[in-house]
Every structure is written in C-alpha cells, then in structure tokens.
Design a protein around this ligand. Structure first.
Ligand code: AHG
Ligand code: MN
Ligand code: MN
Length: 329
C-alpha cells in the first residue's frame, strides 16, 4: 500500500476551515529541503565545499553551503506572500522582500544548514525551521514580531540530510510528530512514521565532552552519571555527531538526552533559541519528551534578540527531568 506523500499528509491534517496558507508554507519548506539535499549531494564535485570566506553574526566561519542553503530558503518563500519576513542564522537582521508592506502574517525562522562542520567530511547535516504568526498589525513585520517564546509556534520541524533525507514536522494543536523519507528517484517525501514518541529508559547521552573543563561541577556530575550508570534513569550510551539535527533525530527515535550546557566562556551556551532550540523543543514535547535550559522549559523562554542563545537539555521526559533536578532547576 503506497504511503501518503508529505503534501497529502499536510492537506489531510489541516483543519477543514483552514486557509491552506500554513500547508503551502510546509510544502515550500519541503521544496527547500529537496533542493538543499540535492546541493549537498553534488557540492563535492561542484567546488561548493569549504569556507565562503566570511564570518557570520554568530562569529563563525561561514561555509559556501551555509550561504547556498540560506539563498534557497529566501527563494522558496519569495512567491508566497503569506510569509511576511524571515529570520535566519546566516542573516544578521530580519530579512524583508521588496513587497514587504503587502505581505501576510507568517514569519519563518530557520537554520538553513545545521552541523556545517560536517560538510567537508560527508557527515550528517540538517535544516531547522520554525513558523510563527505575527500579531495583528498590517504592513511589514518588525523584529519584535519574531521575539516570541517557543510555546507560540504555529509549526516546527527539520530536514535531516543523512544517508537518507527525512522531513520531520509538527503543527500547533496536533501534538503529533510525523516523519517522511525522500524518494530521490521521483523527488517525493513519503510518510514513514507518524505519532512518534520518544522512548523512556534507554538510548544515548549526547554532549561534547571536550567542553568538560568549561562546565559547572553539577553538569560534570550529571554527564558522568549517564556515562557510568549511576543516574537513577540508568546508563546511556555515548553518541555525538556534531550536528544537532542528527543528534536530536537519534534521541527522538531511540531515547536519551542531548545536552549543550552553558560554558564558562559562553554563559548561555552555543545553540540559538529561535531556530534551533525552540523548534526542536516543540518536536520533543509533541513526541512526549521534554526540553529545558536547565531550569526553565525551553518553550517558555522569552527571547530578547534574534540570535539569542540558550543552554539545551532535550530528549526523554524522565532524562530531562533528572537533568533539571540535578542542576537544581
Ligand atoms: P551550525 O552548523 O548551524 O552552526 O550548528 C552547529 C551546532 C549544532 O549543530 C551542533 O550540535 C553544535 O553546533 C556542535 O557544537 P560543538 O562543535 O561545539 O560541539
Ligand atoms: Mn545549527
Ligand atoms: Mn547553521
């Protein structure tokens, strides 16, 4: 029996009175994912690996594929007037189209290419997206419209460019996570899992342990308890790919916890709230899991800037609860 395509699933899941605008946004996100997947496949022999020669607002070396992926996201929404403006890891400020005054109420935030350190070594990569609605005003959205807590998201998800390309998303009020796998031969995403639930009591702990010297002692003790098995929730296997989307997807399907704690030289950690932690927290909670900055529920954090960072503890509900309790949250 042929599984439904992503577009069929989106249309079937939308409320019957819906305008269809969110469905079109999700369809465009899937188009961006398919275009980026193709670009990654061919980058090696098109000379599109390596650095772009610039530093982004994050203070990080920008890769050619970061910029190419960012351009693809800009292009796919150009002809969708329901999307008012964009927020991207790769752009300092809010991005406006020329007709910004006459566009709609949706805001799309994204990390166009996550795990960029894996580009040149053919490791897993991802794109992360978050869809918000702006408050009732007409005309051009402003920065304040983007600075919303994750619990206001309309939809969230990611594309994982691994051995296979998968599209994962959830929509506000549906409380269900669906996974689609790309059939490259026809360029179509097909449903491969729905109603995904994060397993409890097993899986991995995922953290960059080379940062130990920069952690608070409570974090050191917490990570050690997962590694040696003294954690009341049990021992976890060590897994870390350096790409948040890949580490999160494994946690979503196999259980456990991903952690990017605060560092002594980065008190709010490395990961960005609006287009990394917030959308993945919506996915985690829709799959019965949890996400926290170590004391506050990730979806309840109130960002004050577009590229705000936050510590992240995300995965199985009990593992995250144990982490928060251990950190005194
Ligand atoms: P990006 O490539 O979008 O900058 O994201 C990289 C992030 C995230 O994907 C990953 O979990 C984390 O950086 C890895 O950081 P470390 O190399 O410090 O472990
Ligand atoms: Mn990222
Ligand atoms: Mn990125």
């Amino acid at each position: 029996m042929q599984a439904p395509t992503l577009i069929e699933h989106i249309l079937r899941s939308q409320p019957h009175k819906a305008s269809g605008e969110l469905s079109r946004i999700l369809a465009r996100l899937s188009l961006a994912g398919r275009m980026i997947a193709q670009r990654i496949l061919n980058a090696g022999f098109l000379g599109e690996h390596g650095e772009a020669g610039s530093i982004n607002v994050q203070g990080e070396e920008v890769k050619k594929l970061d910029l190419l992926s960012n351009e693809i996201f800009i292009r796919v929404f150009e002809t969708l007037p329901s999307v008012n403006a964009l927020g991207s890891e790769e752009m300092d400020d809010v991005f406006y189209y020329d007709d910004a005054e006459n566009r709609g109420k949706y805001l799309v935030l994204f990390d166009p290419l996550d795990g960029s350190g894996n580009i040149d070594i053919n490791g897993s990569l991802g794109s992360i997206f978050s869809v918000h609605k702006r408050s009732g005003k007409e005309g051009r959205a402003d920065l304040a419209d983007f600075l919303q807590p994750g619990n206001e998201q309309i939809a969230a998800g990611y594309i994982l460019y691994g051995p296979a390309t998968v599209f994962v998303y959830t929509v506000r009020g549906q409380d269900s996570v669906s996974v689609f796998t790309l059939d490259r031969s026809i360029g179509e995403f097909f449903l491969t899992a729905e109603g995904v639930r994060i397993p409890e009591g097993k899986g991995s702990y995922s953290v960059n342990e080379s940062n130990e010297s920069k952690w608070d002692q409570k974090v050191i003790d917490l990570v050690r308890s997962f590694r040696v098995g003294t954690a009341p929730v049990g021992k976890r296997a060590a897994r870390y790919t350096g790409a948040l989307v890949a580490d999160f997807h494994r946690t979503l399907l196999k259980g456990g916890i991903f952690m990017y704690p605060a560092l002594s030289d980065r008190p709010r950690g490395k990961l960005r709230y609006l287009y990394e932690a917030s959308p993945l927290a919506m996915i985690a909670e829709s799959a019965g899991g949890a996400a926290s900055d170590g004391s506050i529920r990730t979806l309840d954090l109130q960002p004050s800037q577009l590229h705000e960072r936050c510590p992240l503890f995300i995965g199985s509900k009990k593992d995250v609860a144990y982490a928060v309790q251990s950190l005194g949250g």
